[in-house]
Design a protein around this ligand. Structure first.
Ligand SMILES: [Zn+2]
Length: 414
């Protein structure tokens, strides 16, 4: 992928208008559009791969329906600006398309979407922007809403041009669209996720180990708290709410941590493509208990999800990543922290997995010559980040660029 893409930044400003009547009218308009399109859906019977019968929805898209029938119907009794009808049609289609996608995946039911949230999408054709003031048309030539954003804090840092607005009961969301050149790809890093560390590997950087002990502790603290309450809760229902509160707090604290972590990775390794094992293809984590596996899996899932907003992420096949020798390709059954192979390689188990994932990203099978080639690339890296920066930001101190030579040994006999 190259070239440029649009990025959107959104900012909220509070407003003091009473727009509830207008928002409710728009909600009803949007629901009416959804109802009509829904009624026009054709259900076609098809057989899926397993031979089961399924009803496939065909959403009416032809211009006669969309631009004439539907538009005219929605215009009836609509006193506000006409462009809102077009907004509603567009929004109704996107709601039904996303419903269709999840229905086809087997996630959604054959149920008509219901518009609950009250907000209006204000397209560029419905407002003007001049001298720091946004003037939104509500009713043509008679009713306007004016929002003064000339003193808004974000104006100095917002770039690009003003895009769509979203009008809610208390807030107006202002978006800016700007073109961004896609960064040049500097390299690839493969990450092996573990309960207490994230181990990255790239020939440019060497072995990057990020300590996740703090994240592990967040879960442990709440685990202990919950265990204490769990027994009592079976007798006292009111305690269940306390338990739910703990779970929520645990989730929030973990997410907060992972937000900082992924921002750190995205900034620290700007221009890199990050590879992770695809969680949908489960792998056996050696010797770990089921419970621990679930916790690290949920962290891992969040790490991938949040990092993919900030960097380019690709998913890799987890098959044999921990068991295959990254030097000769032989599949072994590693025990403990060190990976040992008959070819003579002795390497940290996590690093071995990360190298395997890296090779997969490059589409290369492991060979001894490739392995020594990769070793050359790392020369010059030493253990850093340990003594430096005893500042307050723990994350800055935790990743370590390590010289793999200190962690890998090859016996001379083979
Ligand atoms: Zn080997």
């Amino acid at each position: 992928m190259s070239g440029s893409s649009y990025q959107v930044r959104a900012y909220n400003i509070r407003h003091g208008y009473d727009v509830s009547e207008f928002l409710e009218a728009y909600r009803r308009l949007l629901q009416k559009a959804v109802d009509e399109i829904w009624a026009g859906i054709r259900w076609v019977e098809k057989h899926d791969r397993k031979g089961r019968k399924r009803l496939i929805p065909i959403i009416p898209k032809d211009s006669t329906f969309k631009n004439h029938y539907l538009r005219n119907l929605l215009m009836e009794g609509w006193d506000y600006s006409k462009h809102y009808v077009d907004s509603a049609i567009k929004q109704a289609y996107s709601m039904l398309k996303s419903w269709r996608r999840s229905y086809l995946k087997g996630k959604g039911r054959k149920e008509k979407p219901v518009v609950k949230r009250k907000f209006v999408r204000v397209k560029e054709t419905l407002y003007t922007y001049k001298d720091g003031k946004i003037k939104v048309s509500v009713k043509p030539h008679e009713e306007y809403l004016v929002f003064d954003i000339s003193k808004a804090w974000f104006l100095s840092r917002a770039e690009g041009e003003l895009g769509e607005l979203i009008l809610g009961e208390k807030y107006l969301t202002v978006t800016f669209r700007f073109k961004r050149d896609e960064e040049e790809v500097k390299g690839k890093i493969a990450w092996d996720c573990n309960e207490k560390s994230l181990d990255g590997f790239s020939p440019n950087t060497g072995w990057i180990r990020i300590d996740l002990t703090k994240l592990f502790h967040i879960h442990r603290v709440y685990e202990t708290k919950r265990a204490r309450l769990q027994q009592k809760a079976s007798k006292k229902p009111s305690l269940r709410r306390v338990l739910a509160k703990y779970s929520k707090r645990e989730g929030n604290r973990a997410k907060d941590y992972i937000h900082k972590l992924t921002t750190f990775i995205a900034r620290g390794f700007k221009g890199y493509i990050h590879g992770f094992e695809d969680l949908r293809k489960d792998r056996m984590l050696n010797g770990s208990k089921k419970h621990n596996r679930n916790i690290s899996k949920s962290n891992w899932k969040t790490i991938i999800a949040l990092l993919s907003y900030k960097s380019k992420v690709v998913l890799l096949n987890p098959k044999n990543t921990t068991r295959r020798c990254s030097r000769c390709g032989m599949v072994n059954a590693p025990k403990g922290a060190m990976y040992e192979c008959k070819c003579g390689l002795r390497v940290d188990r996590q690093l071995n997995a990360a190298i395997n994932l890296y090779l997969q990203m490059e589409g290369l099978p492991p060979t001894p010559s490739l392995f020594s080639e990769l070793m050359k690339g790392w020369r010059g890296f030493t253990l850093t980040g340990e003594e430096t920066d005893e500042g307050s930001d723990e994350l800055k101190r935790s990743p370590k660029l390590m010289n793999p030579k200190s962690y890998i040994s090859l016996s001379k006999t083979t």
